[in-house]
Write a protein that binds this ligand. Structure first.
Ligand code: ZN
Length: 204
């Protein structure tokens, strides 16, 4: 489990990244760290991209409803103004932010702030997601959390899309995604490919 480093006299802050597939407990881990920072009397604020409207506009809501209020913002650059008096900055659903987020996080860390970023490391195609790979490269601390694959019981690292929609950004819940291990994720894709080919053939 991640324990907060205690560097006496350290001049700069640092960046922590919590990543993993859907339903892996990223937001729960973000909330856990922020609540501990609050107990330590640190000023905490949480931000999320404006487009995540799945739940309450002003809340980071994890899947077990353990929630903390969050501020929806349109672009990462506004963080420079909004975090003036805040020492611990939480960022949820970081994969949906603009490409400038890693640069902004580094600027904030240099100002002495602790930045905790949570996000999906891969999209449903299994590709690195938005600004996440760059954030992982510049972070001091990385935690990869895992879900459990419901097909075989192994650790799940991939987010398998259960529907046929093609957009990379498709918000949704358990009816649209399923965490899967590498093998079950690829088996599902192969199966889908063949089913699609068959139905296309049947159409012609
Ligand atoms: Zn599996």
């Amino acid at each position: 489990m991640f324990l907060e480093p205690n560097f006496k006299g350290q001049r700069s802050g640092w960046i922590e990244v919590i990543c993993g597939s859907m339903f892996s407990g990223k937001t729960e881990e973000l909330i856990r760290r922020l609540k501990r920072a609050r107990i330590a009397n640190q000023k905490v604020e949480i931000f999320k991209p404006q487009l995540d409207k799945r739940y309450d506009e002003k809340k980071v809501v994890s899947h077990d409803a353990n929630s903390i209020k969050a501020i929806p913002i349109e672009h990462s650059s506004i963080l420079l103004e909004l975090t003036e008096n805040i020492s611990v900055v939480g960022i949820d659903e970081a994969q949906f932010f603009d490409e400038q987020l890693p640069e902004i996080c580094q600027a904030l860390a240099l100002k002495g702030k602790r930045i905790i970023v949570a996000g999906l490391d891969m999209d449903f195609r299994g590709r690195p997601f938005g600004p996440m790979p760059a954030l992982l490269a510049v972070a001091e601390y990385i935690t990869k959390v895992h879900a459990i694959c419901p097909h075989c019981g192994n650790l799940a690292t991939h987010s398998y899309r259960l529907t046929e929609e093609d957009d990379t950004v498709l918000l949704g819940e358990k009816d649209r995604y399923e965490p899967r291990c590498r093998t079950c994720y690829h088996m599902g894709n192969i199966l889908n490919f063949h089913v699609k080919k068959q139905t296309d053939k049947a159409k012609t």
